[in-house]
Design a protein around this ligand. Structure first.
Ligand SMILES: [Zn+2]
Length: 266
């Protein structure tokens, strides 16, 4: 399974109303922190299997987790279940833990596995981790806000994920198109998405300097063109998207965000 424990914790956290990542201390020994709209924090942890060489129980070690609201999540066969737990449940041994017997899952809630939501959580976490690991000029909250932004569309040409997928499918399936290809819009499957782009390439991943850009705009803009220069270039990309949508008889239209600002495309 490609989904990480952090992804699964986020899915449960969302269901429980904890929608924002606790950015200052997100991961405490695999307890993952999320905040709700009342600024309360809760920590979530997954146990993927029972302790094999001992008791056969599901163990949740406290480690360095300070007192908090907590939820414990168990992988029981192919399914996940979870419940809120209390700090009083940690035993007083040196390796303080909550132990759940396999036959004691009655008061756990079944986790409704929504593939579409977990897929989206996973995709955004991959982006988040990639950016946070490679660059020190990262404001995690700014990235978080951008990831939660809806709808997501290319800042320059206006395309969104749904339209990218629609054009990609058409390019694979419809061999009469001049842009037909068995691999879709591009062979580089990791470059067929919306990416996080810095408006000023030296400005860092901070609030006001990051936007979504499609792989094609991001790839073409590089660190050469300025934001305003590239809006003109993106106008041409936008025309190509809409031409293609027309060719496949689609009802979708990619609205160009900068119609009144650009020199071309009048
Ligand atoms: Zn674009």
């Amino acid at each position: 399974m490609k989904y990480t424990n952090a992804d699964i914790c986020e899915l449960v956290a969302k269901l429980e109303g904890f929608i924002g990542r606790e950015t200052s201390s997100f991961n405490i020994n695999e307890w993952y922190g999320f905040n709700n709209s009342f600024k309360q924090t809760a920590y979530f942890k997954v146990c993927q299997g029972a302790d094999k060489n001992g008791t056969g129980k599901y163990n949740f070690y406290k480690n360095k987790l300070p007192t908090n609201k907590i939820f414990i999540i168990i992988k029981d066969g192919e399914n996940f279940c979870y419940r809120e737990a209390s700090f009083n449940e940690f035993d007083y041994t040196q390796s303080s833990k909550i132990s759940i017997a396999k036959n004691n899952l009655n008061n756990f809630k079944h986790l409704i596995w929504d593939e579409e939501i977990i897929e989206q959580i996973n995709a955004t976490n991959v982006v988040y981790n990639r950016i946070c690991n490679r660059n020190e000029e990262v404001n995690k909250k700014a990235i978080e806000d951008l990831l939660n932004q809806n709808p997501k569309q290319c800042y320059y040409c206006g395309i969104d994920m749904k339209t990218i997928n629609e054009l990609n499918n058409a390019s694979i399936l419809n061999s009469s198109l001049s842009w037909h290809h068995s691999k879709g819009l591009t062979k580089r499957t990791t470059r067929m998405t919306l990416e996080v782009e810095q408006l000023n390439p030296n400005g860092g991943y901070v609030k006001g300097n990051i936007v979504w850009a499609c792989s094609w705009c991001n790839n073409a803009k590089t660190d050469t063109f300025t934001e305003d220069e590239f809006k003109n270039i993106a106008c041409g990309i936008n025309i190509a998207w809409n031409d293609r949508l027309q060719q496949i008889g689609s009802n979708s239209k990619v609205i160009f965000p900068w119609q009144n600002q650009v020199k071309c495309c009048k």
